[in-house]
Design a protein. Structure first.
Length: 196
């Protein structure tokens, strides 16, 4: 039996037991998917506390709807779809506020300069790398939500096009088109910003 089929079968058995009230099965599913769900949330909202809350909300929603899970599809796809939709809804309700890294923090006794841990790399290389990642991150955040989630699921969660189509319940052609469009938008957004 292939690894994916074996994992899917394991999930189906755990879900069946969780539906019957088996707390250990519930905890096993939670521990199995906790990290990827948190990762998706963090990459979507860029705030650890909000990501933790959204992860928890995701699992609460999923386990409240276990009766609706269709075993014809991978549990991870269903879970990631719910997670992505929760993140998109959250972002629609509240846009992420950004701040410059060199801007001081206001304190009771005046402004406090931000301090960062010294990098192990050559300071110039580290600065260039940090600037590039900051520009990339900013460009990804600037994408419309439905494009951003595609890039996160494909390039950061390493899902296949088919898994993304299953997770979001959209046609495979739409997934490919959106990922292509998101990459083009990202490329255009980074032009002239000394990224390439």
């Amino acid at each position: 039996m292939q690894k994916a089929a074996r994992l899917r079968e394991e999930d189906i058995q755990l879900i069946a037991r969780a539906r019957e009230g088996d707390e250990r099965a519930f905890k096993k599913l939670l521990s199995k998917y906790e990290r990827p769900v948190f990762s998706i949330c963090l990459r979507m909202v860029h705030n650890r506390d909000e990501a933790a809350d959204l992860s928890q909300d995701s699992f609460i929603k999923v386990f409240g709807m276990l009766e609706r899970y269709n075993p014809a599809y991978a549990f991870s796809s269903w879970l990631f779809k719910i997670t992505s939709n929760l993140c998109i809804d959250h972002l629609r309700k509240r846009r992420i506020a950004t701040f410059p890294m060199d801007e001081p923090i206001e304190g009771d006794k005046g402004d406090i300069q931000r301090q960062y841990i010294a990098p192990d790399l050559d300071p110039e290389q580290e600065m260039v790398q940090r600037e590039r990642m900051s520009r990339l991150d900013e460009a990804i955040r600037g994408l419309p939500d439905h494009y951003r989630v595609m890039l996160i699921l494909r390039h950061q969660e390493h899902l296949s096009y088919e898994e993304i189509a299953d997770a979001l319940e959209i046609p495979l052609g739409t997934v490919k088109a959106r990922i292509h469009r998101a990459r083009e938008m990202l490329k255009n957004g980074l032009k002239g910003k000394d990224f390439f």
